[in-house]
Design a protein around this ligand. Structure first.
Ligand SMILES: Cc1ncc(COP(=O)(O)O)c(C=O)c1O
Length: 471
């Protein structure tokens, strides 16, 4: 390389300013991810506990923790140390060989399924959530020979092609041609905005009855009434919808759904990628709902946002080596030693903690504080939560009509880092989900303190009050 131009911040050694970085980002980074959902991306330089810090040292309280991937707080010392230890021991290994941490992690997860659901099964690891989801689709197809599945309206299962096919938003598919294996999307029991306009206290699970109705005659296009064979091989669920807006369904819904699925040998695939690992106060969110999945997919919080690791657990008859032999699926970095070492430590950490008791307590306190705020601001239409998966639905003054503009303004104010609640200049990290992009989906660190919850509510109120003056 010849002379390095002084003016070129990439090639020269001088400190790059934030503006220069943002200029380079806008020129050389793909805009295909979600970075440019906001006008000016934030650049963060540090993180600890429940906080992110930017280059000027401004502290941002994070109430979303990477879509529930960092459940155990940023810079968790115990989990970070597990990673560091593994770096010095066995940092790399091709996944055609095995290592202790992989075997122990798979065993712990599978044994947990045995005690929780009394089901024997196996675990197959991968790297990202959507990749594990794809592996689950292979297991389904391998068992049933069929590729069509049911999934929920408002469901989100990732952005690879196959995951996009079973994710309800057409927006994620519209640029990529025809999706022959697109799921049949069924209304989720989102009672605050019932698809059928019913009220929960009198609906008698009308939405479920409508699903059941599909099986009445072959002319509804789902089942061969002569053989009882359903064209749809599986139903993909998130027990609580994540991107869909942390919607908590009626407790009896999945028991009733499973009865229908069992009649037609439709597999239940439980996507726990966002809600797994105690986000809802139980290890798997499906444990609240009294049914056993045939296949369960997990990712995110298993490694607390460190070296990514995902996986799929399936009942033995779906994944035994006889039916899913060597080479059935593969990825270079699946079961990577850094990920499995952290995952194993996460499992130990969970087993040694009392999350089932602590998290619902924190969640209840958080919800009660938000409900008090709701009394003051009619624009806060709905507040709900399970464990530490909490939702705030922003509306017009009527408390019902979705208010995306207000939601976006609150996000921007939080990200501007200019709030003052708690006596110092701070920012607030919020994530937006929901069918109308008007829901704050809160997934705070499991170690958030009552004082930090109070701070979060105060910062949120300040942002709401400022946003209401703007929109
Ligand atoms: C429920 C659910 N499924 C699947 C995915 C996709 O996971 P990944 O982004 O790791 O591919 C996500 C990610 O947000 C998710 O929340």
């Amino acid at each position: 390389m010849s002379k390095v131009k002084e003016a070129d911040p990439v090639m020269s050694k001088k400190q790059i300013s934030k503006d220069e970085l943002l200029k380079l980002e806008s020129q050389y980074c793909s805009w295909g991810d979600t970075v440019h959902y906001v006008e000016k991306p934030n650049i963060f330089t540090r993180c600890k506990g429940s906080y992110l810090y930017d280059d000027s040292g401004t502290e941002y309280l994070d109430l979303q923790m990477i879509y529930s991937a960092v459940n155990f707080g940023y810079g968790n010392e115990r989990l970070n140390n597990a990673l560091k230890k593994q770096i010095d021991k066995l940092p790399q290994l091709a996944c055609q060989y095995v290592h202790e941490e992989k075997i122990l992690l798979a065993s712990r997860l599978a044994q947990r399924m045995e005690t929780t659901f009394e089901e024997k099964g196996r675990v197959h690891f991968n790297v990202g959530g959507a990749q594990a989801l794809e592996d689950s689709l292979k297991l389904v197809r391998n068992n049933t020979g069929r590729s069509l599945v049911f999934a929920f309206m408002g469901g989100y299962h990732g952005r690879t092609l196959a995951a996009s096919a079973i994710t309800s938003s057409f927006r994620y598919r519209e640029r990529y041609g025809h999706f022959g294996d697109r799921a049949l999307f069924v209304p989720f029991p989102y009672c605050f905005r019932c698809f059928y306009g019913k009220k929960r206290d009198s609906c008698n699970l009308f939405c479920l009855k409508q699903f059941e109705k599909l099986f009445e005659t072959e002319y509804y296009g789902v089942v061969d009434k002569k053989t009882n064979l359903c064209e749809f091989s599986a139903f993909y669920i998130e027990p609580l919808q994540g991107t869909g807006g942390y919607v908590v369904p009626p407790m009896e819904y999945f028991i009733e759904l499973k009865k229908v699925l069992d009649q037609y040998k439709i597999l239940l695939v439980d996507d726990e990628i966002q809600m797994g690992f105690f986000r809802t106060g139980k290890f798997w969110s499906i444990e609240h709902f009294g049914v056993t999945p045939d296949i369960l997919v997990f990712a995110k919080a298993l490694t607390n946002g460190l070296n990514p690791l995902s996986g799929v657990w399936a009942k033995e008859y779906l994944i035994s080596p006889k039916v899913f032999p060597p080479g059935s699926t593969h990825s270079t970095f699946s079961s990577n030693p850094l990920g499995t070492a952290v995952g194993l430590e996460t499992m130990k950490l969970i087993e040694e903690s009392d999350l089932a008791r602590e998290l619902p307590k924190k969640g209840k306190y958080f919800v009660s504080r938000l409900k008090s705020l709701q009394k003051k601001y009619p624009e806060i239409g709905h507040v709900d939560g399970l464990g530490l998966a909490l939702r705030i639905e922003m509306c017009q003054k009527d408390g019902y009509t979705p208010n995306k503009k207000l939601t976006d303004a609150i996000v921007d104010i939080g990200l501007s880092g200019k709030l003052s609640a708690g006596g110092k200049t701070r920012g607030l990290i919020l994530d937006v989900g929901g069918y109308y992009k008007n829901v704050f989906t809160l997934a705070p660190s499991f170690y958030i303190t009552e004082k930090e919850i109070d701070l979060g509510v105060d910062l949120f109120e300040e942002a709401v009050a400022k946003a209401l003056k703007k929109v």
